[in-house]
Design a protein around this ligand. Structure first.
Ligand SMILES: [Zn+2]
Length: 261
């Protein structure tokens, strides 16, 4: 990899290193994921302090190394995703999105498409679009980066594209109702969930404002994606466990949503 002196980037995570320093992992647009050493970050007037906060995009300037630690010297055009920094729910969804981005590709792999997709997801959440829906779309579409390609387009047996569908692991894709008997061990998922998963697999984020979901439908989508991830990805991120727990106390803390759909 060529040494790059600056790149746009999204903070993936940071942790303290000794007393005054930090290790900061950044998903850069130009050089993939890079681990940076930041010296003296805890000095009160260090201008990098805000630039390495979670949920921040900036142009990061430093010495980018192809392996080992890189060194961060300064940053400009610092744009915090404030709502994600402040709202515990959005914070959780955003953390999981960044965790998936970190898990899906190796360090130093140039992937500007995934960078753009990840940034768009965080930006839309920050603008007030529905966090769970943004996360679900992200989860479905990033499966491909884990090497998993599923057929959501049409029945895997007959090619039908309308009606009720279920997911079949045998076919790595959907089956129309007529062909459900072809796989007794299909997911037996809620057809509404599969309907939205088919949509989410193909949708782009600029269409997201058209998607309005009832809480029960969201719940069914969550279950089916969990089943897919358990079977195909097998990843157990701490940020996802937090979302699972959140589901239990969300009803108490969150203002009641309007009934939509
Ligand atoms: Zn069929």
């Amino acid at each position: 990899m060529a040494q790059v002196s600056e790149s746009k980037g999204l903070i993936l995570f940071s942790r303290d290193y000794k007393e005054k320093d930090k290790l900061v992992k950044i998903f850069t647009e130009s050089a993939g994921k890079v681990m940076f050493f930041v010296k003296g970050i805890h000095r009160p007037n260090n201008p990098l302090r805000t630039a390495v906060m979670p949920f921040t995009e900036a142009v990061y300037i430093g010495n980018f190394k192809a392996d080992g630690l890189s060194f961060l010297n300064s940053a400009k055009a610092v744009e915090p995703f404030r709502k994600l920094q402040e709202d515990i729910f959005l914070n959780a969804y955003g953390s999981y999105i960044l965790g998936l981005a970190d898990a899906a590709i190796d360090d130093h792999v140039y992937d500007p498409a995934l960078y753009g997709f990840t940034k768009e997801a965080l930006s839309l959440m920050n603008e007030g679009q529905d966090g769970e829906t943004i996360l679900n779309i992200y989860e479905l579409q990033i499966m491909q980066r884990f090497g998993v390609a599923l057929n959501w387009k049409a029945c895997s047996v007959c090619g039908k594209t309308t009606g009720a569908f279920d997911f079949s692991s045998n076919y790595h894709g959907v089956l129309c109702q007529e062909h459900w008997p072809m796989d007794e061990r299909r997911y037996h998922a809620d057809p509404r969930a599969v309907h939205f998963l088919r949509m989410f697999a193909a949708i782009s984020y600029d269409q997201i404002s058209k998607v309005q979901l009832k809480p029960e439908t969201k719940q069914a989508i969550r279950q089916t994606i969990d089943q897919l991830y358990e079977e195909y990805i097998g990843l157990h991120l701490k940020s996802k466990r937090f979302i699972d727990q959140m589901g239990e106390w969300q009803g108490i803390l969150k203002p009641k949503e309007d009934q939509k759909e």
